[in-house]
Design a protein around this ligand. Structure first.
Ligand code: ADP
Ligand code: ZN
Length: 531
């Protein structure tokens, strides 16, 4: 350790105490900061809430010049800058939300060396005007936040990030630090390559959140299941409930309120004032539940969120990890709870198929969904599967703090059941030229003479009533798992079921289909067949 290192070290620690009021660094922070302060490039992979901001804020304060932070989260810049200013840090931002005059003021302050930190939206960096501006000041460090946006395979790809490699070419002496919370090992390599940082040191924090208990339950009557979960395990606790649509956000918040749980909705359809009010209540009050779309949570920093509940399936494991990661930042026991059912699979597959985007985009979305489904259907430790997804080796053995560890699911040989489902679909299509959704298939297998069965003469099919050994819920479970395993597919806006290439091997008895046993009674309340 040289003298310079030692000075840098203590300056960093002094800044931590003096500016931020914290006692000590966390995890990898100190190593990252030392490295960057000394002029080295760094790629930092740290989970959300891990404390990435200090990794570039402190070097910006300690090194001479202005730290330039590239962030795609334009909506958060104002808040970030306000928070820093409140600590006495000279921070500013330049983005499209500003008018000409505001921008001019920032630019002048930067050029005059009056800023410790300058936040920039990535699209500005392509502009010659921005690069010229940056040349007029002294840059202490470049921070590239949300660096996974450079990956074309990720769910957050931003073409503007591809031009960030020019920073290293134009300012070779300025250290760069790329940070992300959501990266698989492959994405990590891509960051290094596309940002042109071959000599960067990599800092990889553990993604394990041992205090979070992961649980995924079969969806029966989701709102009621949620209510029992909250009453039995999290009475009076603050938490977040994620729903897919604004409508279900509203309905769920109302349902919880009606049942004595203080809950407020949050989604992009609410006006800004209401959103801000609900968010600040959540931060301020002790036991408030926010029911929200994924619009809620980015940049929210509340240590004592005791649970995150999902009533709908997230689109990717990254999303799931990020959202559940908002629980238990204080290190105390917390729960990540999700209700998941057949309709989730059908809905998401449909959304991908009917949604926007080209073929490559759809393939990517489907791959993301498949990983998420695999996590839902696994009979192994969920934490182990989650960590493996992020390219991290789980500690040996099962974690003991997820549902599959606590109550290992049983499997059964679902080959015959799978054949029955697939044959029913084949019969309908071959003999009648018809396609139907899961509801009708289950009614046919159970031999139910519903109005729709009569209408289409489906009681005349040879497969009518061949599935009376299983209940409706069990058949839905079979179909869900076949969809998850790619042995069935969903088509069109009505979500009709069709075979896949892999289905043939099941029908020809060339393979077995092990299935997860559906609990007879879902953990909490059961009623109806909501999923
Ligand atoms: P990330 O960007 O990785 O999601 P943040 O940088 O927002 O995480 O940090 C998460 C929270 O942890 C913030 O409230 C931050 O102030 C706090 N924090 C970060 N580092 C420390 C530390 N060394 N000591 C105490 N609190 C810290
Ligand atoms: Zn486990």
């Amino acid at each position: 350790v040289t003298e310079a290192d030692r000075t840098g070290d203590s300056e960093a620690l002094a800044a931590l105490h003096r500016v931020f009021g914290y006692d000590s660094f966390r995890g990898e922070q100190e190593a990252v900061i030392d490295h960057v302060v000394a002029g080295g490039d760094a790629v930092v992979l740290m989970p959300t809430g891990g404390g990435k901001s200090l990794c570039y804020q402190i070097p910006s304060l300690v090194r001479p010049g202005t730290g330039v932070v590239v962030s795609p989260l334009i909506a958060l810049m104002q808040d970030q800058v306000d928070a820093l200013r409140a600590l006495g840090v000279r921070a500013g931002f330049i983005n499209s939300t500003q008018d000409f005059d505001e921008r001019r003021v920032m630019e002048a302050q930067y050029a005059a060396g009056e800023l410790d930190l300058l936040y920039l939206a990535p699209e500005r960096l392509r502009l010659d005007a921005t690069l010229d501006l940056l040349s007029r000041g002294k840059i202490s460090v470049f921070a590239i936040d949300e660096a996974h946006c450079v990956s074309q395979w990720g769910h957050d790809f931003r073409p503007d990030y591809l031009s960030l490699s020019l920073l290293g070419e134009r300012w070779p002496d300025v250290p760069r630090i790329a940070l992300t919370a959501t990266a698989t090992r492959a994405t990590h390599q891509e960051i290094t390559q596309r940002l042109g940082m071959p000599d960067a040191r990599h800092f990889v924090a553990s993604f394990d959140r041992p205090n979070i208990q992961y649980r995924i339950v079969p969806k029966a009557d989701p709102k009621k299941q949620l209510l029992s979960f909250l009453r039995e395990e999290h009475a009076g606790d603050a938490g977040i409930v994620y729903c897919l649509s604004r409508k279900s956000v509203e309905a769920t918040a109302e349902f919880l309120s009606r049942n004595g749980i203080e809950a407020v909705p949050y989604h992009a359809g609410l006006d800004a004032a209401t959103r801000a009010a609900h968010q600040s209540r959540f931060l301020r009050e002790e036991g408030l539940v926010v029911v929200a779309t994924i619009a809620f949570g980015m940049g929210i920093d509340k240590p004592d969120v005791r649970f995150v509940a999902h009533l709908d399936l997230p689109k990717s494991v990254e999303g799931y990890y990020q959202e559940t990661g908002r629980a238990g930042r204080d290190g105390l026991p917390s729960t990540a709870w999700m209700a998941y059912g057949l309709n989730d699979v059908i809905q998401q597959r449909k959304m991908i198929q009917l949604g926007e985007g080209d073929e490559a985009f759809r393939r990517r979305a489907a791959a993301h969904l498949d990983s998420m489904l695999a996590l839902c259907e696994t009979v192994q430790c969920r934490r182990g599967q989650l960590l493996a997804y992020f390219g991290q080796d789980p500690e040996a053995g099962a974690c003991g703090n997820c549902d599959t560890c606590l109550t290992p699911p049983e499997t059964w040989d679902g080959t015959v059941a799978a054949q029955k489902v697939l044959s029913a679909i084949v019969r309908l299509q071959r003999e009648r030229g018809q396609k139907f959704g899961a509801l009708q298939i289950v009614d046919i297998l159970l031999g139910r003479r519903t109005a729709k069965v009569i209408q289409f003469d489906h009681d005349q099919l040879s497969v009518f009533g061949i599935g009376e050994e299983l209940t409706e819920g069990e058949w839905r479970g079979v179909i869900r798992q076949l969809l998850a395993q790619g042995l069935l597919a969903v088509e069109g806006e009505y979500g009709t079921l069709v075979l896949t290439e892999a289905s043939g091997s099941v029908l020809r008895r060339e393979r077995e289909v092990p299935l997860r046993k559906e609990p007879k009674k879902p953990a909490s309340t059961r009623s109806g067949s909501g999923s």
